[in-house]
Design a protein around this ligand. Sequence first.
Ligand SMILES: [Zn+2]
Length: 182
Amino acid sequence: MYQNMGCGIKEVSKKMALRKIVEQGEECLTKVCRPVEAFNRRLHDLLDDMAETLQNANGAGLAAPQVGVLRRACLVLDEKTEQYLELINPVIIQQSGEQTGLEGCLSVPGKWGIVTRPNHVRVRAQDRNGKWFEVEGEGLTARAFCHEIEHLDGHLYTEHIDHFLTEEELRDYLEAEEQEAE
Ligand SMILES: [Zn+2]
């Protein structure tokens, strides 16, 4: 998802590799991904590469189909811990509230839209070894859960917007947000 200031993110080892992020228009972004069934070395390599790719792109989330792998796996930056959460076969099991805000996607570079999402989301997923767990997110993390899990069903955030923000609209939005934060 969108950019963050990227502090405290997991260190990556030299063995990992950047993968090419595919862009909107490529077929793999429109497919329903298959569940991950083998929690093996190959999955771990994929997740490690995705983490490096995401960190390199300064993103807040990345789904396997965005690197051309049609499996149900994604990474989401947890705002609280500033770590990437690995979500394998994730399902949203609870959601509440509402937030409307800025959203972008590494597969739709340089573009932004305003999307309404639940403000609180609870996800059930497996870790890289197949163990099930549940995790909650609010605000940007909840937004990222929704955004990334949608990718696994072949959907992009662009389906929720009526237009991409113009440069002026983006500037106004960011200025308003900054004032709010003061
Ligand atoms: Zn995306």
